[in-house]
Design a protein around this ligand. Sequence first.
Ligand code: F6R
Length: 608
Amino acid sequence: MCGIVGYIGEGQAAPIILDGLAKLEYRGYDSAGIAVYDGEQIRIKKSVGRLKILVELTHNGEMLPGNLGIGHTRWATHGAPTDVNSHPHYNAKETIAVVHNGIIENYIKLRNKMESKGYKFVSDTDTEVLAHLLDYYYKGNPLEAITKVMHRVEGSYALGVVFAEHPDRIFAVRKASPLIVGQNSEGCFIASDVPAILKYTRTVYFMENQEVACLQKNKLTFYSADEEVLHKEPVTIEWDAQAAEKGGYEHYMLKEMYEQPKVLEETLRKCISHGDIRIDELKMSESDFRSINKIYIVACGSSYHAGVTGKYVIENIARVSVEVDLASEFRYRNPIIDDKSLVIVISQSGETADSLAAMADMRAKGIKVTGIVNVVGSSIARDADYIMYTWAGPEIAVATTKAYSAQLMALYLFAMKLGKAKGTIDSEVFSGMLEDLKLLPQQVEFLLSNRSKIQKFANRYIGAKSIFFIGRGIDYAISLEGSLKLKEISYIHSEAYAAGELKHGTISLIEEGTLVACVATQEHLYKKTISNMVEVKARGAFVLAVTNEGNYDMEKEADYVIYIPKTNPYFANTLAIIPLQLFGYYVAVGKGCDVDKPRNLAKSVTVE
Ligand code: F6R
């Protein structure tokens, strides 16, 4: 989604802003722009396409001298990706410039109103209405103009605003769209995400909904929507800038896949102590756990897939009924839910619009929400009743790998803690499971070390039209994620099917040579999955099987077999997903796709 960076201080603004925008490229965008106050006027340059075009156009910012500016990478929602629709947007007099992330839902009404007052629009965007509204309400006091606009727009926004008449300050405001403010001894920054400014400061303020920030060279002031001064505490960012760099790997995605053993280890180190599970930040008491009689897991995309695994694991370990919903469906389906239910919202970014809305809706109804979130200080992390962090560090590649693995680990730990509180697992089983968890990092490492074999296999499929993934139970959940990983970065059509469901229609799509990846890690379902495998093979499919070490009879049925080390069946996802991530990655690399920034996708989906 769109990215915002702003700077005011001793340094030249444009190079700092362009550098920050480059750190936000992972979020996905199709055009970029920058506005700098040059001592006399606000000058804007923008360009459709990659950020490097804007960098070249401005000679890396040198053509836009000035110590104050705002920049933006746009992911088109209203209006095509064109120079005109790119941000920043001006008012007619070019004395106010604004960058915006989010969607103004009542922009048509506001646009009609402004047009009736004689305002002329040059773009198709919802954002331009903000520039004209600010112009309309600006009577010399920028804070007043901003709060008036804030009270009149509906939807989500993170804004950076510059007024030519106040060239010593930048204003920022947000609602349901992320925005942070940073400060160092030489100036202040705004950004959509921490990596954009981490090179310059670790002192960060997370803005709350409808707070306004006024940034000056040496001063930072926060206001409420009623223009009252607020006191806010800064947060110190602990992770280092290197964590968000490629570190010698060809792609962030590959680097992040290779970080999975470390991520799992880190989570275990933080959460296992003296033979027990201790999740410090999760403030749920034993009795909170005991009182849960139903769980709803709500998430989007890969986080939803982690949730599907979570359902099987929690139901089996803790014998609590679990429903898993896509957040975009859940928020509108009016579920029958009572105060003994717990909603778990899973989100890497903690900013996904549908997940946030589902959470807000549940909390408004008095239902407790636990957030499983990777980004510390994100909206879900701050608003959830209980929080459980996944310790994956910053994930830059759009296609998630390490954050997904960390979500699985969080769900295993949650299930075991719940099972223990409910008395559904005895201490021996519990200890055995802990031992299995501790082995996962090295097992993942081993699977990653086999990557060249998978690369060779993947190269055979760069021309594939369609690839299917099948499995039952947890293996179905693994298939969902394996299929998404492949299709989102390689643009090859792919579907995941519950293996038993295939013959109810989809099997007609199997042709001679179609690749079907069969996941068969669940021993109690093994024979059933084999029979589904045989069905597709009989129709010409080429079968890739992912199964447990020791299931060597698989070689009689499948054309190519990948073995995963033995583990507790509930944890098999963590291992089986590794070859599937590598497969998707290498198919995409083989096709020459932009692996880290797949077309049309955004890392943080902050619009509905
Ligand atoms: C796919 C992927 C997405 C996200 C989804 C939810 O690789 O990363 O499907 O999982 O957009 O995002 P979060 O987890 O940030 O809520």
